[in-house]
Ligand binder design. Structure first.
Ligand code: KIV
Ligand code: ZN
Length: 514
């Protein structure tokens, strides 16, 4: 790879998934991975294979599906994690194991309870185990941003000798300032004697809103891989946002001595897909992918852009994939038209039954809504990505809401195949609907978030609802879309309850054990 190629390592499916409630099913991960591949991301971190059987299966499914990007699994620096990662990436055309251990004094002493010498020894062993599976091995020094430089130099020199091919320097807690982080990267590259044998990588968190700034400063100091996520999703305040890093480097070619191979017109579709699957909406003023990123409100700006676009625009909306809502299909479109449009959107239909079910949903939507856009199709297909076992299913909903009267809802669900009905009053129709569902399911979960987005414009647009529920130590998101937002709300609540009861147990990658 040439020295001016910047490797884009996307960790939406791993660090992004560590956002509360953002956990994804295997099929959802495969859909996102296909979109990342279409966008020509170099490396896709598909998950943390040792976290659970579900995570293992997801990494394996991504490894089977993706051909053009390297597929990577995270692994703590222990033999079991590394073997699980190695097995999971086995089907990949090109696979990578990413192993990590903490190197800061606070993490080594308080979390790992290991001495620096023990950590170094474990890291070197980890590289040896990983090399049994692949010669593409990445090593991360967790909390490098708060680690001692001398110690980082020692551990990096040893893991490179042991066979690591990428060295990642994470600012795990988002503590660094751009100049300081750039100087850390520069020092490491200068002082580690075998630094020229590896690609230097950075992984910045956004706790002080500096993840992108720190990553870009590191690029100018010699880093040639940036770890990032779509929409900046990730643990706590998130990771560096992929679209911002890519567009900064592309827009300021005069400033950065690197280029990426990203197909930028796939950025907005990727952002929408990730937002829709995780239920994390994109704030309107978010750079590049926010709804207002290319909207000019003030008259002076509008006038300027009409006269000459570059007066107020440094990027072109179409270059990042913004297009005016594309009318795709209508009431008279047939099954094949639906299949081929879904294919173009990166949604693979695997069986005739799946196509029939999608077509039935498409027809019923077309009865309610004259024009069907790509975004509608994406929402329609998200109904197909239900949790593995759909315990509860919405059958029908009746809501009454009238000025001066107490709103009420009556709902019928199937519970493992048999019908059950519930009724409840509420402070509004949505509240009544949720209470009626609770009368049947009795989850007693706490509602953390309720949000509605219009998928396209117009009063006949589908509303896409996200519901976030918490129960015990689990947080889940549910989504539902419909032209009737009360029905969309009911679907989203039922979807979240199903996820709550799917009971996936996982190990946290940052739980401290090696
Ligand atoms: O933030 C972090 O340090 C990580 C590592 C596992 C790379 O996510
Ligand atoms: Zn991280």
């Amino acid at each position: 790879m040439s020295s001016d190629h910047l490797v884009i390592f996307d960790t939406t499916l791993r660090d992004g998934e560590q956002s509360p409630g953002a956990s994804m099913t295997r099929d959802e991960k495969v859909r996102i991975a296909r979109q990342l591949e279409k966008m020509r991301v170099d490396v896709i971190e598909a998950g943390f294979a040792a976290a659970s059987n579900g995570d293992f299966e997801s990494v394996r499914a991504v490894a089977e599906a993706v051909k053009d990007s390297v597929v990577c699994s995270l692994a703590r620096a222990n033999e079991n994690d590394i073997r699980r990662a190695g097995e999971a990436i086995r089907p990949a055309r090109a696979g990578r194991i990413h192993t990590f251990i903490a190197t800061s004094p606070i993490h080594m002493e308080k979390k790992l309870r290991m001495s620096p010498e023990q950590v170094l020894e474990q890291a070197v062993k980890a590289i040896g185990w990983a090399r049994e599976f692949t010669d593409n091995v990445e090593f991360s020094a967790e909390d490098a941003g708060r680690s001692e430089v001398d110690y980082l130099c020692r551990i990096f020199e040893q893991v490179i000798k042991a066979g690591a091919t990428t060295i990642n320097v994470p600012d795990t807690v988002g503590y660094n300032m751009p100049d300081q982080f750039a100087s850390l990267i520069r020092t490491l590259i200068e002082r580690v004697p075998n630094s020229d044998q590896v690609v230097w990588s950075v992984h910045c968190h956004n706790d002080l809103g500096l993840a992108v700034a720190n990553s870009l400063a590191a690029v100018n100091a010699g880093a040639r891989q940036v770890e990032c996520t779509v929409n900046g999703l990730g643990e706590r305040a998130g990771n560096a946002s992929m679209e911002e890093v890519v567009m900064a480097v592309r827009t300021r070619k005069d400033f950065f001595p690197v280029s990426t191979r990203i197909e930028t017109s796939q950025i907005v579709p990727a952002s929408k897909l990730v937002s829709q699957i995780t239920g994390y909406p994109v704030q309107p003023n978010k750079a590049v992918v926010g709804a207002n990123a290319f909207a000019h409100e003030s008259g002076i700006h509008q006038d300027g852009v009409l006269k000459h676009r570059e007066t107020y625009e440094i990027m072109r909306a179409e270059d990042v994939g913004w297009s005016t809502n594309r009318l795709t299909l209508g009431k008279l479109s047939g099954r094949n038209a639906l299949r081929s449009r879904l294919q173009e959107l990166g949604i693979v239909i695997e069986s005739e039954e799946q196509l029939n079910a999608a077509f039935a949903r498409f027809k019923s939507l077309a009865d309610k809504k004259q024009e069907i856009f790509d975004e509608d199709l994406q929402a329609l297909m998200s109904d197909d990505t239900a949790p593995p076992r759909e315990h509860y299913k919405l059958v029908s909903l009746r809501v009454s809401s009238e000025t001066g009267e107490v709103p009420s809802a009556g709902i019928t669900l199937t519970v493992d195949g048999s019908e059950r009905s519930g009724e409840a009053p509420g402070s509004g129709p949505v509240d009544a609907t949720f209470k009626a569902i609770e009368a049947i399911v009795g989850s007693q979960a706490q509602l953390l978030l309720y949000s509605v987005n219009a998928i396209t414009g117009g009063t006949d647009a589908q509303g896409e609802v996200t519901v976030r529920l918490s129960k015990g130590d689990r947080i889940v998101n549910g989504q539902g879309a419909d032209t009737d937002i009360i029905v969309a709300s009911a679907k989203a609540y039922v979807n979240a309850v199903n996820r709550l009861f799917s009971g996936v147990e996982r190990v946290d990658p940052q739980d401290g054990t090696v």
